[in-house]
Design a protein around this ligand. Sequence first.
Ligand SMILES: NC(=O)c1ccc[n+]([C@@H]2O[C@H](COP(=O)([O-])OP(=O)(O)OC[C@H]3O[C@@H](n4cnc5c(N)ncnc54)[C@H](OP(=O)(O)O)[C@@H]3O)[C@@H](O)[C@H]2O)c1
Length: 265
Amino acid sequence: MESDKRRVVLITGASSGIGYAAALAFARRGWHVAALARRAERLAELSQAVAMMRGDHGELLALEADVRNDAAMQQAVERTVARFGQLDALIANAGLGQRGTVVESNWDDLETVMRTNMDGVLHSLRAAIPALRATRGHIVLISSITAELTMPYTAVYAASKAFVSSLARALRLELEADGITVTDMLVGRTESEFSQKRLGQAGRSSRAGGVPVMRPEQVAEAIVRAVERRQRRVFVRPFDRLLVWAHRIMPGFVGRMSMRQYETR
Ligand SMILES: NC(=O)c1ccc[n+]([C@@H]2O[C@H](COP(=O)([O-])OP(=O)(O)OC[C@H]3O[C@@H](n4cnc5c(N)ncnc54)[C@H](OP(=O)(O)O)[C@@H]3O)[C@@H](O)[C@H]2O)c1
């Protein structure tokens, strides 16, 4: 049967922004997509968009779940394999931002960021890796260029992404013998619901120091490419690579520039 030959991807945070665009990009290329997020109505909208695609496209399985819940993530992988027969790729994308000083930020906000961006990625990985071993599959961890920069006033978010990038490097070696590739994707500023939903204090962030904004579709294409080419460390655009390089040479200067971007008083 034709559908048995299709590859299967599980994408967390697929109800908006980068994850939503990635779900469409994979489905368009014939992959079956398990799309996970908490907002069922957004997943229903995505489901409809996939159903209305022309040409030879994959199917969409909507999974309403919270990445912070270990049991829910185990169940999500079980449902994916029960429906499509296998799992070939995990895109650990669900995440959110936070702004404010380390000391004055609301603890609940910091905890939400850490539980989502760190525990959420770990739960996703621990649930998916046994199934990925069977297909010698692929993992894309959605990190951020902030993992490599000095980021005052959004330090906990940046540290959570440094956790993700560090995890990617270690996992790559742990999973080498299983034939699983791990991509550390360092994403730069992208147009999505990310800024609106960012927890914490309002500031002068929208200026963002003149940093150009990408479309989520551009990041989605880079994700698909990373899986197809089994890339290990990816900058979506040269600008982001340049920024990280400049930070390495002049950390104080770049740190102060990002400080202006997020200043809270
Ligand atoms: N936008 C940027 O400038 C930028 C830059 C670098 C890196 N990134 C990273 O890119 C990833 C995607 O962000 P985005 O820009 O596409 O933002 P977005 O539009 O806000 O999308 C975030 C996604 O994560 C999901 N999510 C959040 N908490 C969740 C939870 N507890 N359980 C399950 N799903 C959850 C949201 O769905 P529900 O609310 O429906 O659950 C949503 O689908 C994030 O990891 C972010 O850190 C973004």
